[in-house]
Design a protein around this ligand. Structure first.
Ligand SMILES: [Zn+2]
Length: 152
């Protein structure tokens, strides 16, 4: 059944929901000139129903949504992103406290599925979360941006 609408059989993402996601997708890439990142790419803007889905995934006990996301990602990355030339995939770690509250690391579920699909090694223990910082979803847009600049 489709993780998003709950309809359909033998699918994690029904055609109707796939088409909705496709209509909102942007497949963007931003390049950087700093010591940490060369670029990052993204599929959606964090707004409207995409934002709602991600918040549901992270905070409303809907871990199964990862399969809808990766079904979409794995289908369209071949066309727009071609990420299978990377050596490893690193999921973003979460703190122990948050993992215990949530019951899963949302980044790991997605990363593991993508790594398997494109046959790239998943390294889940290379990055270690060292502090419980403020949840990104609770920060407004300007604070997120400011936080990123501090990291550079
Ligand atoms: Zn659906």
């Amino acid at each position: 059944m489709c993780g998003i609408c709950g309809k359909g059989k033998n699918t994690y993402l029904c055609k109707k929901c796939e088409n909705k996601l496709k209509a909102q997708s942007i497949f963007g890439k931003d390049e950087y000139q700093d010591k940490y990142f060369d670029y990052h790419f993204y599929i959606f803007k964090y707004e409207k129903n995409i934002r709602s889905l991600i918040l549901d995934y992270k905070f409303n006990e809907k871990p199964y949504l990862y399969k809808s996301f990766t079904t979409f990602f794995n289908k369209y990355q071949k066309k727009y992103l071609q990420i299978d030339f990377y050596d490893i995939i690193l999921p973003v770690p979460i703190g122990k406290k948050r993992k215990k509250e949530r019951g899963y690391n949302q980044s790991l579920l997605i990363a593991r599925d993508i790594a398997k699909e494109i046959n790239v090694k998943l390294e889940k223990n290379l990055l270690i979360k060292t502090e419980n910082n403020i949840a990104q979803s609770s920060l407004d847009k300007n604070r997120k941006r400011a936080k990123c600049k501090e990291c550079v």
